[in-house]
Write a protein of this length. Sequence first.
Length: 316
Amino acid sequence: MGKLIFENSAYTYVAQDQKTVLLSCRNYLANRSRIPLHTMADQADGILTIPALIENLQKQHPALSEGTPEAPFAAEHLLMQLLVISRLMESPLPVRVCEFGCGCGVMSYYLSVLLGLFNEASSLCCVTDVMGDDSQTPWLDRIALIQNPPKLSWLASDYDSVPLAPGYFDLVILDGGSDLGPVHATIKEAEKLAGKNGTILCYCRHYPALESSFRQAFPHAQTYTLQNDVSIMAAGRGEEPKSADRKHDVQAFIHEARKYIDARQNPDTIRLYIKKSDQLLDEAVSENALKQKQQLIRLKEDLLNALVENRRLEKP
């Protein structure tokens, strides 16, 4: 496990094998947003700075989260805020954000405050699969507290089939304080909605299925852990997700196996190809990758036929 520290005007995540500066309040040239990192001595009081904003949000957490499961996780929410702020500092332009699992509205509140202050033209779409007379009340109660919200929308939908434009969002957040349904399909949907240079943040609170599936989908994601069984993961922009790599690997394996079939080589090697095709077939079934599943089934049939043919030729 790691911890968050503030020293030398920087918020840093420190773990046994990791030390990552999440946000430096002295890196003035990196801040291209509308909110300054500091004020000059001759400037008037009351100017909002990024350090003051972070401090204000920290002070709000006890009252905001009272009576919710998020109350003990102030540090995790601070870490999420730092990751979001570092993204918002990159440009003064509006940012489009989608939150899967808005639940009680604590995360939605923080996101709305940040987006509205950095640029009121930014947008936040909060998605939930919970419907009913009281399903939206906690979320609305907290959103109503925001004085300068961004463009807000609330959408009831299955997480694995969200009716929003692919590649539309700069930032997609998986809020694992809520049940996100079939997590593998949900992660794929989040990946689909994120833009080419988008970022996906995943907050896992006692949610091992979500954590392991996210690691599988994004093996190079940065991981931050402050408590047992609670982690925050970030798939950086420009990173090729594992799903794209896997698709290429499967096609390469099929091509290689078919070349081996044509060459009529060692039957023991054919058995290894059969075993590997079984593994890939199981993964394709779990991911509902219909085309790959069909290709692997045909390949396995051809491998078995090649094995039978080799045995026939080996007989005296």
